[in-house]
Design a protein around this ligand. Structure first.
Ligand SMILES: N[C@@H](CCC(=O)N[C@@H](CS)C(=O)NCC(=O)O)C(=O)O
Length: 211
């Protein structure tokens, strides 16, 4: 398998899962900050122009965080990366979807790439565009973590007692919080510490230059 990744990106969560599984995988770095994802050859490799992209051993490509994580879990059932109980499972999916779609896609997206969320007319003309969008994004980041904090009350991992694929989605969002100077609320901060104590996370952070 080959994982296309970028230094500051959510691909780190998939890296953690591959490591947890003891999978053999190659890494192909894409300079996302430098815009390499929007140029050839990557834009032909993944027309979505995003990482993570997982190329599986049969050569097929898989995109979207939740799909890649779910496939890794289903293809390796012994690792039990999806909670078994129905309630734990749906709670895990609830947080994973929220982390990927809202916290990442909507909130951090506004902070890191405000131009993508702006009407290209009035705000720009008034010189208010990026600052307004970033401030809105930061507020959404704080609200998002506050919601997850309540959902994490009394449980160590997003799916209950055990680590699962959903934890890696929350982890990659937690990793961005210090970069935007947002303090994590207590249950989320404890989850982040728990994640950073995992050998798989420590090894991934080394690759991402943050150990
Ligand atoms: N919906 C995608 C989102 C992936 C995504 O937004 N990746 C970011 C890095 S964290 C990216 O490649 N961004 C490049 C860009 O938007 O130009 C998923 O779930 O995998």
């Amino acid at each position: 398998m080959k994982l296309y990744w970028g230094k500051h990106t959510c691909a780190i969560g998939i890296h953690v899962l591959l490591d947890e599984l003891g999978a053999k995988f190659d890494l192909e770095e894409v300079d996302v900050l430098g815009g390499e994802n929007k140029k050839e050859p990557f834009e032909t490799i993944n027309p979505k122009k995003k990482v993570p992209l997982l190329v599986r051993d049969d050569g097929s490509k898989l995109t979207e965080y939740g799909a890649i994580a779910t496939w890794l879990a289903l293809a390796n059932p012994d690792a039990k990366l999806i909670p078994e109980g129905v309630e734990d499972r749906v709670r895990m999916i609830e947080i994973m979807d929220y982390a990927v779609g809202t916290l990442h896609g909507q909130a951090f997206g506004r902070v890191f790439m405000p131009a993508k969320f702006e009407p290209k007319d009035l705000l720009h003309k008034a010189g208010l565009g990026q600052a307004t969008t970033k401030a809105e994004g930061l507020e959404m980041v704080k609200q998002g973590f506050a919601i997850i904090d309540r959902q994490l009350a009394g449980k160590p991992y997003v799916g209950g007692p055990n680590f699962s694929i959903g934890d890696t989605a929350l982890f990659y969002c937690e990793r961005w919080a210090p970069q935007v100077e947002v303090a994590l609320p207590p249950n989320v901060a404890a989850h982040f510490d728990r994640m950073k104590a995992r050998p798989s996370v420590r090894r991934a952070l080394e690759v991402y230059g943050e150990a």
